[in-house]
Design a protein around this ligand. Sequence first.
Ligand code: SAM
Length: 282
Amino acid sequence: MELWYTEEHTPTVRFSIKIKEQILSRQSPFQRIDVFDSDEFGRFFTLDGLMMVTEKDEFIYHEMIAHMPMATNRNIKNVLVIGGGDGGTVRELARYRSIARIDLVDIDEMVVDVCREHLPFTSGSLSDPRVSLHFEDGLKFVRRFENVYDLIIVDSTDPFGPGEGLFTKEFYGNCHKALAEGGILVNQHESPYYESYAGAMLRAHKRIKEFFPVCRVYQAHIPTYPSGHWLFGFASKKYDPIDDLDERAWNALGLDTRYYNTDLHVGAFMLPNYVKRALQGA
Ligand code: SAM
């Protein structure tokens, strides 16, 4: 008998991975959580049947979401991560000794529990003493702060279900308020390729642009996400990700990364024409 995980990337396109073993399937108050083992992608976990993290390609997403802002502003001390309960983004941030505090806000405590037990390769730094875990809706959490964070990373699920509120105008406005002078907002920005994802990406870009003077988009190749072509948003009150990149300072840190480097930092902002045109129209 063969067991396959299949995700519908569009109503007529499917992506499948052969499963060695299903490790767990649990329903939380917010979503269904599944963990699988596979030969090609190692261990991976899904929420409501959608791919979140695989052992083989998670480094691409987590390095690109964390090192881009950290290399742009070397004085980031207070960080808020919204979503990201698997701990991969926190793992990359925790490599910077210059960071004093990381607040991680995930709506679903069960995601953190499951990842602590079954995904040690991402969750290992959640016990770093600089990390505080908060289990509540990020939309509500961020409302209470003003001028506090140097960096907010939105490492969310897609804009339906519990993640929906993290793509709203209200949310981006509150992130702007919660950020200190020069603050940076990085968010997972969906894919430009398939229509349904591209629509969400454009709506998010349009909303973020209303609040931030610097609003850019960068890309990475993530094999297990729909189409493999994934975008991130980089918005800031002051810092430009290319003009303010201090390559020498970042390279002097000696961080060993598998995907991110300072050449790619610049290159990732060079977008294909169809994506540029779509963003210009937003
Ligand atoms: N890398 C992933 C991706 O793009 O597929 C994101 C992974 S991360 C596990 C997403 C997390 O966002 C989940 O743990 C989920 O519980 C959390 N989340 C969803 N909606 C949220 C909300 N409104 N507030 C805080 N966390 C939320």
